[in-house]
Design a protein around this ligand. Sequence first.
Ligand code: ADP
Ligand code: 5GP
Length: 200
Amino acid sequence: MISGPSGVGKGTIINRLFELDDNLYFSVSATTRQPRPGEIDGVHYSFKSVEQFEHDIETGEMLEHAVFSGNYYGTPKSAVEKKLAQGKDVVLDIEIQGAENVKKLMPEAVLVYILPPSIEELKHRLIGRNTEDEESLNKRFHTAYRELNKAPELYDYFIVNDMVETAAVKIIDILEGERCSKNAMQEILKKLLEEAETLA
Ligand code: ADP
Ligand code: 5GP
């Protein structure tokens, strides 16, 4: 799961991750916010009305959901479960409350928080993206402060997004490390041990 203050560069880094690793699957979130220019329904987000979103919550189709900057955001459950069952590493771009909820449901999830090189640079990036009005900018800065306060308790890794390439490669390194972890290797270890019994 990848989190970080709005405008830090999560989307930009995630795009690069998919060029670097072909075992990844991007979980397309549902949201009630308006599409930005260039965003495609079903690719960047599934854009829904509040009624549709609330219906999906009630019918249990969301793994988690949260309100961010006055809009609903949520992770559709079935796609995530299907891709995990296929052995894919699922990437979620998710705010902190959602990350905390997913971690409770899936303790093996790895939580990465992206940091800006400075707060000045964060402001520069978010304003420079030119996607938010004054009210949305203020809400996002306010939320960034709250998230940065809470993140140290929850996240496993912190990566400063100075250069996109360096940050993306660090996430790939984390993934590779996690793929060799005791938990991830359990099946292989078990199988080898069973085979080794024939030697004993
Ligand atoms: P987020 O998904 O975290 O809201 P974006 O990926 O949309 O952030 O990035 C916000 C803006 O910052 C975009 O205009 C993007 O091109 C720019 N950006 C991202 N990473 C960097 C970086 N390392 N250096 C400079 N600008 C960056
Ligand atoms: P944006 O509007 O900038 O695309 O996203 C706003 C925030 O919503 C970001 O912090 C992003 O990580 C988060 N977000 C995107 N999808 C989801 C989701 O499915 N669930 C939750 N909880 N947060 C999400």
